[in-house]
Design a protein. Structure first.
Length: 195
């Protein structure tokens, strides 16, 4: 009986079922690449993926077996999943299958887990850049929300000093670079454990 209690659960997922993703919004043609009007991770990733594609020293490559998904859309979708804490390629595929808007955008041909893993290996630099830009945009919004001039900064009216200090930009770059690298490493680790 103890063996049954310790047996691995074959239905175990590496991410919680409660993680809600809006993958269709990341790849939707109606979302302009320079969208800044939107708030939240979806808008940040969309903007960051477009910028990373333009600034990348090498082109973003999608495996042919991944279906008709354009490189920018695949970059946005995978980066968005990592930003939202969904790392395993099987989990990403499942989230893609569950999103009707996403499935429609790729002609019902959702990339398989092995395509997602290969995409990550081929485009690590672009995913890293997209995540860094996403986290930088998010940090900027937090700093703006904490500015003393923001009337919504706190219920107590307490002032928070966010005066730019020399070196803060470098500190932010180091933080977002480390966070992006950690998420990519976690995705690699989870995929390696699932094989």
């Amino acid at each position: 009986m103890d063996d049954e209690m310790n047996a691995p659960d074959p239905n175990h997922k590496s991410e919680p079922e409660t993680t809600i993703l809006h993958l269709g919004k990341v790849v939707a043609d109606s979302v302009p690449s320079d969208a800044t009007a939107g708030e939240g991770v979806t808008a940040y990733v969309t903007k960051a993926a477009a910028e990373a594609m333009q600034e990348s020293s090498k082109p973003v490559v999608v495996p042919k077996s991944a279906g008709p998904l354009p490189p920018k859309s695949m970059l946005g979708a995978v980066s968005y999943c990592y930003a939202k804490g969904v790392y395993g390629s099987e989990d990403i595929e499942r989230k893609m299958q569950q999103d009707t808007e996403f499935r429609a955008s790729c002609g019902q041909e959702v990339p398989r887990p092995e395509d997602i893993r290969r995409f990550r290996r081929l485009n690590r630099e672009a995913i890293q850049a997209t995540l860094e830009k996403t986290f930088r945009l998010a940090r900027k919004k937090v700093v703006e929300a904490l500015k003393p001039s923001n009337p919504f900064r706190s219920a107590s009216g307490e002032a928070v000093s966010v005066t730019p200090v020399a070196g803060k930009s470098e500190e932010t770059q180091a933080i977002v670079r480390r966070e992006a690298a950690e998420r990519l490493d976690k995705a690699s680790f989870i995929d390696g454990m699932s094989m």
